[in-house]
Design a protein around this ligand. Structure first.
Ligand code: URA
Length: 433
């Protein structure tokens, strides 16, 4: 088999066989195919697309390029969830304990933040002592006996994706639906998931700009799941403004604790209840969304979801006293209020600019090696639909470095569009498929 022939076949809009896709993934991962040929094939896929079968074959070839977590010895459906990324998106930290408290088994491998989006691992590491490196035996033991674990990905999980993603990034082939779908689903399947709930975001700052494109991506991923025997459902959700009011690491964990106590912001709770109900259905714990929601609402009220988070923290070597009393979190000592310079309704609140502003306070990374200020970030005071007068506080910035406030404020001011006209508040969940 020659890659030349595979490239010309896809260039001519023909369907690739399983063997041809496996050949490409295996040989490219082990360095036998040069980047220029792989780039040509990726561009041909970008331009001419992939069928559902080709996309499923690509996904499984990528899964098999490295380590695969085997959780088959554990009874029950092992659940996972994935969000295509959003600012202030702390849903994993709410869903994992909530679903585990309802009887689900959730095994979650997460990543770090880079650029304007935060990462679940960074947020967890703002809990003193929390350890994201969990050895395989302990990982399995936690899923089996506690129903939850959140750990960092091993180096060798889907190595094909690491190489291909780096190449796509420099060859203008990132935003191809089959390539994104295979990239995401391969990592979920290699992490040991039997069933996956996806939160596919659209809007400013999201990969997919429109609900229609997000639905196409979601459908591609649900189809991969169906083809390879992993029950998958997806919520198409608006990434209009940040979720909740807190952006940062420790600040977001404090908001997670509020939700797990049955308090906290409505937008965040609603999204978690919807995604959580889907997870309970895929996990065969509930038979319909309404029953799932009711169960989860009960779990938030009776404290068992918060107790699950506490158990996760203890099992992963963290200090549970910050969960018992979130005032003990070390929040950055300096604050700076960002005030409205115009009267009217908050008409838009650009999530990407809020994310960049949070990064500028020290809560995020410009490059992979930057150190984080775990207590830095933003508490929003005003969101879309709120009326403000000149001088009203729009948000409070937190940082350990006074010099960071000027640029962070400038960026945050640019995130707010204030107009005389009242905006229509769009619902976050567009569709579930
Ligand atoms: N996220 C991924 O993991 N892969 C993509 O290709 C795009 C977003």
């Amino acid at each position: 088999m020659r890659l030349y022939d595979i490239i010309s076949k896809k260039r001519d809009k023909k369907e690739l066989s399983k063997e041809e896709i496996e050949f490409f993934i295996e040989k490219y991962t082990n360095g036998e195919i040069p980047d220029y040929q792989a780039s040509a094939l990726l561009m041909a896929i970008y331009l001419n697309g992939f069928t559902t079968e080709e996309t499923a074959n690509l996904t499984m070839a990528m899964v098999n390029s490295g380590d695969v977590v085997d959780l088959s010895m554990i009874d029950g459906v092992k659940l996972d969830k994935h969000s295509t990324g959003g600012v202030g998106d702390k849903t994993s930290l709410i869903l994992v304990p909530m679903v585990a408290a309802a009887g689900g088994k959730v095994a979650k491998l997460s990543g770090r933040g880079l650029g304007h989006t935060g990462g679940t691992l960074d947020k967890l590491e703002s809990i003193p002592g929390f350890n994201i490196s969990v050895k395989e035996d302990k990982f399995k033991d936690m899923v089996e006996n506690a129903g939850l674990v959140i750990a960092g990905q091993t180096q060798n999980l889907v190595p094909a994706d690491k190489k291909i993603y780096a190449l796509r990034d420099v060859t203008a082939t990132v935003d191809s639906i089959p390539l994104i779908a295979a990239s995401i689903m391969s990592k979920k399947i290699a992490s040991g998931a039997d069933a996956i709930v996806l939160d596919v975001k659209y809007g400013e700052g999201a990969f997919m700009k429109t609900a229609k494109d997000a639905e196409k991506l979601a459908t591609a991923m649900v189809n991969i799941g169906k083809s390879v025997g992993r029950n998958t459902s997806a919520a198409i959700t608006l990434n209009g403004e940040p979720l909740g009011y807190a952006i940062g690491n420790a600040l977001e964990i404090k908001e997670v604790i509020e939700i797990l106590k049955g308090e906290g912001p409505d937008d965040l709770r609603e999204l978690c209840l919807q995604l959580g109900a889907q997870m309970l259905m895929l996990g065969n714990i509930e038979t319909d969304v309404e029953k799932g929601r009711a169960k989860l609402e009960g779990i938030l009220k009776d404290g068992s979801a918060l107790a699950k988070l506490r158990q996760l923290v203890v099992l992963q070597d963290g200090d549970p006293s910050v969960i018992d009393n979130s005032e003990l979190f070390e929040i950055a000592p300096l604050t700076h209020k960002v005030k409205a310079t115009k009267e009217g309704y908050v008409y838009e609140l650009n999530a990407e600019s809020v994310g960049v502003s949070s990064l500028l306070t020290g809560a995020g990374r410009h490059t992979k090696d930057d150190e984080l200020d775990y207590g830095a970030g933003i508490i929003l005071e005003k969101k879309i639909g709120d009326y403000v007068k000149v001088g009203d506080v729009l948000a409070t910035l937190y940082s350990s470095d006074e010099d960071k406030f000027e640029k962070a404020e400038e960026e945050l001011q640019s995130a707010y569009a204030i107009k005389a006209e009242k905006p229509e508040k769009a619902s976050i969940i567009h569709k579930i498929i």
